[in-house]
Design a protein around this ligand. Structure first.
Ligand code: C2E
Ligand code: CA
Ligand code: CA
Length: 796
């Protein structure tokens, strides 16, 4: 559509140019030839006018000579002198026929009629001759044109002398068509003898043919104008240039000779030229049409090809090369277009690659990994195959980042990517999900295959890495989810592999397979994590207190604060569940501050009510990383006016073991405040004797797992006993938790354990109940003391 209109425009333009050029040429030729022909014809008329004058005068002179010859003839003179009319007439007839005159007459010296040859009335002839006679009387002769009826006659009048004047003799020849035709024979110009009086044109004689002569009769008299100028004259359908000259010598009114040159005849040779030019113009227009349509097609075809190539590019198809043949600008344009298409294609490829790959490691990114999983899912749903999704997370990568810098950490990531790629087969995918997380997709892998592969990968990753002169070891955890066992869609599989990864990290096992049900648990954990802060605001959290008894005196030394959460929807949540979640989400710092604040508040209240108790508060592993905690503790003690020596902080052995040096520094800061420190859950954290020696602690608390089933002769009894001895040797107080039975209590007493805590004495109680229980206990203890004093008893 567009192409044809482009072509049509070119054709129309070319034809217009050619036609206009031809028309202008034609017009110029027309005007120039018209003007040239007119000028030539005008010139011819001027020449004709001179010829006419000579021609006219010559004829006049001839006539005059003939008349003089006649007048001088002796016989003729004698005849005239006879006075006899018949003699005179025959002499006139003889002589005039001899000189070829068509009219002759004799007048008396006074001008009266004597004889004549014409049929016309004598008196009329006499009157017509009068102007000539007057001229002849003055000049001795006269030549002129007179009208005799319808005839115009050229007359010469001379005297007949014998020797005195005896008569005037005149001879004449017809001044008519013949005369005009003669002139035409000499000059090629038409001549007409015309009178134009009172606007009426009368043609007396002419060289023109009948129709032209009649038409001339109708020509307006003013158009003729005997002024010697060349004028245009249209007679009927014919066109002339004319020049009129009066024949004044005749005295005949308004008579003139009109010389005419035919413009039509003069233009005739040019008419054919005009038709030839027109024919040539038509030919040129046709040629222009052909050339233009050819040119238009040649131009519009490659442009059309370019346009459709552009449309292909627009549709994202870069595969077809742009082919326009030739060596002209359009071919150049096509070549440029082609290379542009190539560039765009390459750039799109690059952008596509960037959109699906990670710039740092060059591995496929999360979007690409998901896409590949979708494909694997589709394949497996058809052929019943299976695959494994592994999510791998580097350990302590943040530390590498913080201590060695981002550039170094980037190199570590690139190295990890390279190692992973080396270790997987061709049909496996390694992708980077972001940060220090990678994903592997192992197709057709069973659970066994996947776990084996994990071990190989981890072993490979753990090999020392030398980077820029720094040697370091990398460790990682891997979570595994299997299709179809653990999920049937990308989302679920990724989430479950992530949950498995969390499990692997939590238990430091390196690799963990997704456990069915973990997802629901994970959801509950997510809910709890989100709700914990709200729980504090809504007052869902509270404290219970459990006494730590001095075995020797059977008195309460400390009460341990234990946190409780009654969730509005999920009911009672144990601290073993929500404390790790709080650690995970980073909320533990606030939680610990809450416990410290409330526990110290209760403690100060009790003291005001007369019960002076020590307070044990649990710290979590993450609290040891909270550099602001010592300041907070000091401020809190001041605020509640509780002496620092009344407080003992319990830190689990495993928490200390995560980073011994850091933990020791933190414990020292806390101890500097004046509080006491206890190692909680002792026996579960694999601390060495050497490490234990360095700990700035006052108390060790034997884990309840060794105490609850404590019976004589058991392994637990050996452990408990040696732990107590060890603690005492190091100058520490030893307490056993989870004391539920009297036999266990008896053994502890036997092993000289310092303190005991457990359901045997009291479960954890609310603040008020605790106060009541303590008062009762104190009363009992005082009663015992009194008993002992009364009996003078010495037992411990
Ligand atoms: P833990 O510090 O070892 O606390 C002792 C746990 O043993 C308490 O469980 C207590 O109720 C329970 N217990 C006491 N006597 C007996 C007994 O005779 N038999 C048995 N079977 N159990 C006994 P609870 O209160 O469920 O606390 C569990 C753990 O939660 C605590 O272990 C502690 O590690 C953590 N926890 C509790 N409250 C807090 C807190 O405020 N802060 C921190 N960081 N951890 C807390
Ligand atoms: Ca504890
Ligand atoms: Ca414990």
């Amino acid at each position: 559509m567009k192409r044809s209109s482009f072509q049509a425009r070119i054709v129309a333009l070319m034809i217009a140019v050619v036609v206009v050029a031809q028309l202008v040429t034609f017009g110029v030729v027309q005007v120039a030839t018209g003007r040239g022909v007119s000028e030539a014809l005008g010139e011819e008329l001027h020449v004709g006018q001179r010829v006419w004058t000579r021609f006219y005068e010559r004829r006049g002179e001839q006539l005059l000579e003939n008349a003089a010859v006649l007048a001088d003839d002796f016989g003729f003179k004698a005849a005239v002198a006879s006075g006899d009319p018949p003699t005179m007439r025959s002499a006139l007839a003889n002589h005039s026929s001899r000189v070829g005159a068509q009219a002759s007459l004799l007048l008396s010296p006074e001008g009266d009629w004597m004889a004549g040859l014409s049929d016309a009335d004598a008196s009329l002839q006499q009157a017509a001759m009068r102007p000539l006679l007057r001229q002849a009387e003055a000049e001795g002769y006269a030549v002129g044109v007179i009208r005799l009826g319808d005839r115009l006659v050229r007359m010469a009048l001379v005297p007949v002398l014998a020797p005195e004047l005896i008569a005037w003799v005149a001879i004449g020849i017809d001044f008519g068509d013949e005369f005009a035709t003669d002139f035409r024979g000499v000059t090629g110009l038409d001549a007409s003898f015309v009178t134009a009086n009172a606007g009426v044109t009368q043609v007396h004689a002419s060289s023109l043919g009948g129709a032209a002569r009649v038409a001339l009769q109708t020509a307006p008299a003013e158009q003729l104008g005997p002024d010697g100028r060349v004028r245009k004259l249209s007679v009927g359908t014919a066109h002339y240039l004319s020049l009129a000259q009066p024949l004044t010598m005749t005295g005949s009114d308004g008579l003139m000779v009109l010389l005419q040159g035919s413009l039509d005849e003069a233009m005739a040779p040019y008419e054919t030229l005009k038709y030839r030019i027109l024919a040539l113009s038509a030919l040129a227009a046709v040629l222009a049409l052909l050339v233009a349509s050819l040119l238009g097609r040649n131009l519009s075809r490659p442009i059309g090809q370019l346009a459709s190539a552009a449309r292909r590019v627009q549709a994202g198809d870069y595969s077809h090369p742009v082919e326009v043949r030739g060596g002209d600008e359009i071919a150049d344009l096509a070549a440029a277009f082609g290379s542009m298409q190539g560039e765009i294609g390459a750039r799109e490829q690059r952008i596509l690659h960037q959109a699906h790959h990670d710039a740092l490691t060059g591995l496929p990114n999360r979007a690409h990994a998901r896409h590949r999983m979708e494909q694997a899912l589709q394949r497996c749903s058809l052929d019943g195959g299976s695959f494994a999704v592994l999510i791998l997370d580097l350990e302590r990568f943040k530390e590498i980042n913080d201590t060695l810098g981002h550039a170094f950490a980037d190199n570590v990531l690139a190295e990890v990517a390279a190692r992973l790629q080396l270790e997987v087969s061709d049909n496996a995918l390694v992708a980077r999900l972001g940060g220090d997380q990678f994903m592997l997709l192992l197709e057709e892998a069973t659970q066994r295959d996947a776990l084996q592969r994990c071990n190989v990968l981890l072993a490979h990753l753990r090999r020392p890495l030398d980077l820029r002169g720094t040697r370091l070891t990398i460790d990682a955890s891997i979570g595994v989810a299997l299709y179809p066992d653990h999920g049937a869609d990308v989302e679920t599989l990724l989430r479950r592999a992530d949950i498995a990864l969390d499990d692997a990290k939590a238990v430091h096992s390196g690799t963990a397979l997704y456990r069915p049900g973990r997802d629901e648990m994970h959801l509950r954990q997510l809910t709890l994590m989100g709700d914990l802060r709200l729980g504090i605001e809504r007052g869902e959290l509270s404290l219970r207190f459990q006494p730590k008894m001095d075995i020797a005196t059977a008195r309460v030394v400390h009460v341990e604060a234990l946190l409780r959460w009654t969730h509005a929807r999920l009911g009672s949540i144990g601290p073993d569940e929500f404390i790790p979640l709080a650690e995970h989400s980073g909320f533990i710092h606030e939680l610990t501050r809450y416990v410290l604040d409330h526990a110290l508040l209760c403690n100060s209240r009790w003291r005001r009510q007369g019960v002076d108790l020590g307070l044990a508060v649990n710290l979590s592993a993450m609290d040891l990383l909270d550099a602001d905690l010592p300041d907070y503790l000091r401020e809190c003690l001041d605020r509640h006016e509780v002496p620092a020596s009344k407080v003992i902080l319990e830190v689990t052995e495993s928490a200390i073991m995560r980073d011994v040096d850091y933990a020791i520094r933190m414990l020292q800061r806390l101890r500097a405040i004046g509080v006491r420190l206890a190692i909680d859950d002792f026996g579960t954290g694999y601390s060495s004797l050497a490490q234990l020696k360095r700990m700035p602690v006052d108390e060790i608390k034997i884990d309840k797992s060794f105490v609850m089933q404590l019976v004589e002769g058991s392994d637990d009894a050996v452990i408990v006993r040696s732990t107590i001895e060890l603690g005492h040797n190091m100058g520490l107080t030893v307490i056993a938790e989870g004391v539920e039975t009297e036999p266990a209590m008896a053994l502890l007493r036997q092993y000289r354990c310092d303190m005991a805590q457990g359901f045997l004495f009291s479960p954890p109680l609310g603040a008020e109940e605790m106060l009541a229980w303590c008062r009762n206990d104190l009363t009992l203890a005082e009663a015992n003391d009194l008993d002992r004093a009364a009996t003078g008893g010495s037992q411990g």
